[in-house]
Design a protein around this ligand. Structure first.
Ligand SMILES: Nc1ncnc2c1ncn2[C@@H]1O[C@H](COP(=O)(O)OP(=O)(O)O)[C@@H](O)[C@H]1O
Ligand SMILES: [Mg+2]
Length: 283
């Protein structure tokens, strides 16, 4: 542990926020965010992260004891204030940031620190928030890039993608760079789906889109989920995300603050006061 990258700052004790709030009655969603509950519920999960410490700068952890699980078939949302570590969590799950402590598993197999290309071949797709298309390539070429590991499956996968996003079929010869933000988002999601992933990680798929397109994105995510793809979605549009997800996590300062079904979180007075009110106003 002499490598400065793996030094852990002393404030990290690997406990959730809720656990630190001793002496006060925990709400159901706070209790569910404790490690004890996580350990009970994460059993047999498709994707599972336990007690993650990770960050960018030596000695500073952004994820500070974060727990997460996704059961097969679920659509799980992650919300929380700006800078809470939501994107960092997705990047850590996808092997883009070194894990300083804790573990990540996929179907029970340890994938802590596994490189992104290995995760792709294991069925994990990741759509980053920005720079997620090749603008100088056509839509069709973008889709080919998505399936470069299995070129023979191109036609079958492209048919699946254009069934979800008909516009991508109609505009297949057009350059991705000429598309609007919402259309590019479709290209990015389509490209990730070309590899037939069993898990899709989406970082703010509705960001920067007009309200009509935002709605479209959420509906598409539900449809993709209905075709058997499990989804982890980070979103600033917290209410809308909680409306469509099976379960949600509220991440705050790199720790789990609350977790419950999307519906329960939307109606939790503390979640409304602390996270939905301000987030709603910010939109
Ligand atoms: N590449 C980076 N290098 C250093 N710090 C970073 C980097 N990316 C994000 N951070 C820091 O990590 C923290 C969490 O960021 P992020 O995970 O992007 O938050 P969120 O997605 O919840 O808004 C922020 O304080 C941010 O400044
Ligand atoms: Mg982010």
């Amino acid at each position: 542990m002499s490598d400065p990258l793996f030094q852990v700052d002393e404030t990290d004790e690997g406990v959730t926020r809720a656990q630190t709030a001793t002496g006060t009655e925990l709400s159901p969603a706070e209790k569910a965010a404790t490690r004890e509950e996580h350990l009970k519920l994460a059993e047999g999960a498709l994707v599972r992260a336990d007690d993650l410490l990770a960050g960018y700068v030596p000695g500073v952890n952004i994820l500070r004891g974060c727990d997460f699980y996704l059961q097969d078939g679920e659509l799980v949302g992650i919300i929380g204030p700006n800078g809470a570590g939501k994107s960092t969590l997705l990047k850590t799950l996808f092997g883009l940031i070194p894990v300083r402590s804790g573990s990540v598993t996929l179907r029970g197999e340890d994938i802590t620190g596994a490189p992104a290309h290995r995760l792709v071949s294991m069925g994990v797709g990741y759509v980053p928030q920005n720079n997620n298309v090749f603008p100088s390539l056509t839509i069709e070429e973008n889709m080919q890039m998505g399936v470069y590991l299995r070129p023979k499956t191109f036609k079958e996968r492209f048919d699946y993608v254009i069934d979800l996003f008909p516009l991508l079929g109609e505009r297949r010869k057009g350059k991705a760079g000429a598309l609007s933000g919402g259309e590019r988002q479709m290209v990015a999601m389509g490209r990730a789906l070309m590899m037939d992933p069993s898990v899709l990680l989406l970082d703010e798929p509705s960001a920067g889109l007009s309200p009509a397109y935002q709605d479209e994105v959420f509906i598409r995510c539900r449809r993709i989920n209905a075709t058997g793809v499990s989804i982890i979605m980070v979103e600033q549009n917290a209410r809308r995300c909680l409306q469509i997800c099976d379960r949600g996590y509220v991440l705050d300062q790199g720790r789990n603050a609350y977790t419950d079904t999307g519906k329960a979180l939307m109606n939790d007075p503390k979640v409304i006061e602390l996270y939905l009110g301000t987030l709603a106003k910010a939109q």
